[in-house]
Each structure stands twice: as C-alpha cells, then as structure tokens.
Write a protein that binds this ligand. Structure first.
Ligand SMILES: Nc1ncnc2c1ncn2[C@@H]1O[C@H](COP(=O)(O)OP(=O)(O)OP(=O)(O)O)[C@@H](O)[C@H]1O
Ligand SMILES: [Mg+2]
Length: 412
C-alpha cells in the first residue's frame, strides 16, 4: 500500500492516501524521531520506548535530531558497539520501526512512500541533493520499495486544501523543530484534481529557525549563569572568564556531548580549584560529564510550551549537582527570541518579493509545533491580519498531505 511519511526533526508520523494518520505508538499518532542503543545488550529502541529506556538507563547511546545531520558531509558514520553505522543506517533503523508499527496498526504492507523533505535541506545544491539521497537510501533500507519526495510545506498545503470549498492563494508556513518552511501556492477544488501541481506553487523558501533554537535561546539568556557564566578562575597570575567555546556548546543538546572529553575535564578541574563560584563549575561538570543535557533540554522545552499559553513559566531541573529553578516571563522570551522572529520575517519578505506584485494572498495557514509560539503567530497577524490566519492540527498536517499525495505520486 501507499503512504506518506513525515520524518521530522523531533516528531515523525505515517498517513494513508485518505489522509488518515496511523497510530504508531501506544501513546498515539506521533513518534519521537530518536533511537537508543542500550550499553550491554544488542537491542535498539525507537521513539517513545527509546526515551523511556534512556531516562532509566542513561548509559548507552541516545540519538536524536538525525534529520539535521542529513545535509552535512562531515557526519557520515558513527561507532556504536564496535559497529560502524552510516547516518542512513541509523535513520533506516528508525524508519523501519515506524513502518513496522504502522503496518501492525493497518494489518497490511506499506511499500510505496512519499517522504517529506524541507523546502531546503541546505542552500548549497550539492549538500541539498546529498541530503535527499541519504534519506532515500534510508527509506529503501527500511523496506520501502518506491520512494518519492514532496516538500513539507506543499504537503501541509495539500492537507489544508482538503478543507477548501473555493480556490485560494495561500501562504503555508510550517514551523518545526529544526526548520521553518514557507510556500505560496494556489489551492482549491479546481486545482486538486490536477496531477501536476508544480505550476500552482508561486514561490517557496525555508530557514533554519525552529523550536530547537527557541529552546537554545532560553538556555543562552537565562540558564548559563548556573553553569559558570560570569565567573572567573585563575590562569597563571590572571583571572579569566570561563571560555566562551565551552558555554556556546551548551546551547545545543547534541553539541554538548562533543565537549565530553579529557581536555574539558582537565579545564573543569583547573577551574574548580580557583573559581569564584565552585557550585556552578560543579554543575557544569555534571551536566557535561554525566550527560544530563537531554533531560535539561526537556525541562526547557516544557517551559517554552507553557509560555505559549501562560505569561510566565519556570524551568525546573534537579539532577546530580545541577539545580535549576528559573522563571521566564513571556515578555522576556519575546525579547530574546526577537532575532529569530526577525529571521522569519526576512525569509517571508524574500518570498513575497519573488511573487508577482498584484497577487492577493487569501489566507495564511500556520502549522508545525512552533506555530504555537505566540510571537510567531503575532508576526503573521501583523503582516497579514488576524482574520486571514488559519490553523489545524499543528503536528499532523504535513503527514496528512504526504499521504494524500501518494496516489498521485504512484499513479498507474
Ligand atoms: N505548544 C507549543 N508551543 C511552542 N512550541 C511547541 C509547542 N508544542 C510543540 N512545540 C515545539 O514544536 C517542535 C516540534 O514540532 P514539529 O513536530 O512540527 O517539528 P518536526 O516536524 O519534528 O520538525 P521539522 O519539521 O523541523 O523537521 C518542537 O521544537 C517543540 O518544542
Ligand atoms: Mg515537520
């Protein structure tokens, strides 16, 4: 059977050509795009069960945000339990588990797939093609015999189109965990019967602004003092601030693990002796060396999600010698996320500049988890008017559209 698969930076899903989104986990229709290889067993877990086990075990290799590595030629392979795995092998393990769960729900085989991909994996066309090729390889290794691609905002557009009674020019904006994608497209009842839709796309664009960077902004502006920002230590006869390369690594959960090495341990030992705040250096040590980054970022994400509906939220985290209780107000969050909102605005303006001047946009369809950030919505309300904004299930529009595209992609 045919299906659509949305392999997201943080969430993935499977849908049929009817638009029905299949159950893939005990918890529902979304699966977290992660893997866990426990240390001393031959197992590998995917999605929710991987997270549960990782939080219990801690030891082992936990892998997330695989999608963001796709365009990077520097990430090709990694060693896990003395085996060398290519990035496409890792993604294949995840996709296979997703496919298997969907097939169990359905009771039928899924062999033809329309995979989503961002409007741009990379601005470099070589890297972009490289990313898609690796994703295709992964889908084939996962057992799909036919693999076709559709950009994610077009997929979201097709989901929205299913609800339209008349033709409209729609700006579709999908704000995920890793990227934001925009597409200006003609949609509606007279358009959806056509097999070739490329002519309906007026312009599309994308930018690396997503939920992960909003999380990083909370870390950067509110939490770094817990890990030594603003403290000094002795080097020779001078007092020096904690090196910025160490603090900047803390801004991404993935990069944090890159400094878990001997040289950092030595630096931390040295800082510990003379630091003006030894508790903060102890917290830095435990965060990096005991691999607490994932859990901390979950706590940050939770506060960010709360800020979508409340005026203030508190990041609460306590593990080993890391103890955080830090309130973030919506106003603060809006202020320090302003550069990200500005990037979104520049990307939107560039797209509009490429469209013919006389076109009137009828509606703006906002989707993806990060579309729930009030400042993101406010940007589009300011530019287009609140009355033109439309929403649906933020997490399933893309996959629903990918599913709907499958019959056309594999016609005959
Ligand atoms: N209520 C909320 N408010 C703000 N952000 C949210 C909310 N709910 C989820 N998010 C964020 O949305 C993101 C996940 O959204 P989504 O599932 O659309 O992304 P994805 O498809 O995995 O990523 P991408 O499309 O970039 O590959 C995460 O960064 C998450 O923190
Ligand atoms: Mg997405």
């Amino acid at each position: 059977m045919r299906c659509g698969v949305d392999f997201g930076t943080s969430n993935s899903a499977v849908a049929l050509s009817t638009g029905e989104v299949l159950k893939v986990e005990a918890s529902g229709r979304l699966s977290r795009s992660v893997l866990f290889f426990p240390e001393d067993t031959g197992e590998v877990l995917a999605g929710g069960p991987a997270i549960e086990r990782y939080l219990e075990d801690n030891a082992g290799r936990f892998i997330q945000s695989m999608k963001t590595w796709l365009p990077s030629s520097t990430f090709t392979r990694t060693q896990i339990r003395n085996r060398t795995l290519l990035l496409e092998d890792l993604i294949a393990v995840f996709l296979k588990s997703l496919r298997t769960s969907a097939m169990e729900t359905l009771g039928k085989d899924l062999d033809e797939v329309v995979m989503g991909r961002p409007a741009r994996f990379s601005t470099d066309p070589v890297a972009d093609a490289f990313a898609q090729e690796r994703l295709k390889k992964a889908a084939e290794l996962a057992g799909f015999t036919q693999v076709s691609f559709l950009i994610e905002p077009i997929a979201a557009a097709l989901a929205y189109e299913a609800t339209l009674k008349r033709d409209e020019l729609v700006l579709v904006a999908d704000f995920g965990a890793g990227t934001s994608d925009l597409t200006l497209m003609w949609l509606g009842p007279t358009r959806r019967v056509k097999t070739e839709r490329r002519g309906d796309v007026v312009a599309s664009s994308g930018v690396y602004v997503g939920g992960d960077r909003f999380d990083a902004a909370i870390m950067k502006h509110k939490l770094l003092p817990y890990f030594g920002q603003g403290t000094t230590y002795e080097v020779g006869f001078k007092r020096m601030p904690i090196p910025t390369y160490v603090l900047s690594r803390l801004l991404s959960w993935n990069e944090m693990s890159l400094i878990r090495e001997k040289s950092t341990r030595e630096l931390i030992d040295q800082m510990m002796k003379t630091s003006t705040n030894k508790d903060a250096i102890a917290a830095l040590h435990d965060l990096v060396m005991y691999n607490l980054g994932y859990r901390l970022y979950r706590a940050i994400e939770q506060a960010k999600v709360e800020l979508s509906t409340k005026k203030k939220a508190t990041v609460v985290f306590s593990d080993e010698r890391v103890h955080i209780e830090e309130q973030v107000t919506r106003a603060e969050f809006d202020t320090f996320c302003k550069p990200l909102i500005d990037e979104l605005e520049v990307c939107t303006d560039e797209l509009l500049a490429r469209a013919p001047k006389d076109l009137r946009i009828d509606s703006v369809f906002l989707t993806g988890g990060s579309s729930q950030i009030p400042a993101v919505r406010a940007l589009f309300a300011r530019k287009f008017g609140e009355d033109r904004l439309r929403t649906a299930d933020a997490f399933t529009s893309v996959v629903e559209g990918l599913g709907r595209a499958a019959d056309l992609a594999f016609k005959l």
